[in-house]
Ligand binder design. Structure first.
Ligand code: SF4
Length: 227
């Protein structure tokens, strides 16, 4: 996670409020022009969920439906995320969801708006919002859904094949876990591949729940004070 932004690089830093509560951050993010993505998107899509969530899930960027609705994870990938959370028995009050990039990046495809992957500079520009959200929520585990999220959280290049399904120490705070984005499940043309990727996502969510329970038990056993 870079600590300083070079002067000539675009960044959301200048748009962050002094008091970094979630409501203040959300309001300020609505006016962000930290990179060019605000120009073609409908609105900023900020994170939502329990303000004291133990698990903070980070996706890539809002999709077409999220851009129109102004809420994260309300499209098909969001439905799949919530299905997997339910099946892994992770309650909603444990969860906050957000994205590495807060504006929808797209290109025209006929009459549709086709998702376009954000560039590294756009991810870096938007990173101050993510850092501020993580700091405000103070989760136990940050769950990175896909490579873009993982690279923003871990502050380095990530290969899902090597680092997916594992816990990592993030540079700026809580434990991080890297898994696939639910949209990867939906993109599989074959039913058997969709089922296999969904099983992978569900397995990872169960591992995350297990780890959270273990950390809580270990935390409860820790002495209240140490000299
Ligand atoms: S994508 Fe992020 S940095 Fe760029 S304008 Fe939107 S909120 Fe600001």
């Amino acid at each position: 996670m870079p600590s300083k932004t070079p002067r000539n690089r675009k960044s959301a830093s200048a748009f962050l409020p002094k008091v970094k509560t979630l409501p203040a951050l959300q309001k300020a993010a609505g006016d962000c022009q930290g990179c060019d993505l605000y120009r073609r998107a409908t609105q900023t899509v900020f994170g939502e969920g329990s303000p004291r969530a133990a698990l903070l899930f980070v996706g890539e960027q809002p999709g077409d439906m999220e851009d129109r609705a102004g809420h994260p994870f309300v499209g098909p990938a969001g439905n799949l995320l919530h299905k997997a959370l339910n099946e892994a028995k992770i309650p909603r009050q444990e969860v906050y969801v957000t994205n590495a990039v807060k504006h929808f990046k797209w290109e025209p495809l006929g009459k549709k708006r086709k998702h376009k992957r954000p560039s590294p500079s756009e991810v870096a520009a938007c990173q101050p919002w993510l850092v501020a959200e993580i700091s405000a929520v103070s989760p136990v585990i940050v769950v990175c859904l896909g490579v873009i999220a993982a690279e923003s959280v871990l502050g380095r290049a990530v290969r899902l094949i090597d680092e997916g399904g594992k816990f990592h120490q993030s540079e700026f705070g809580p434990l991080a876990f890297v898994t696939i984005h639910p949209s990867l499940v939906l993109r599989q043309p074959e039913k058997k591949d969709r089922e296999a990727q969904y099983a992978r996502l569900l397995h990872d969510f169960k591992e995350i729940r297990k780890k959270l329970l273990t950390l809580r038990i270990e935390g409860a056993r820790k002495p209240a004070t140490t000299d």
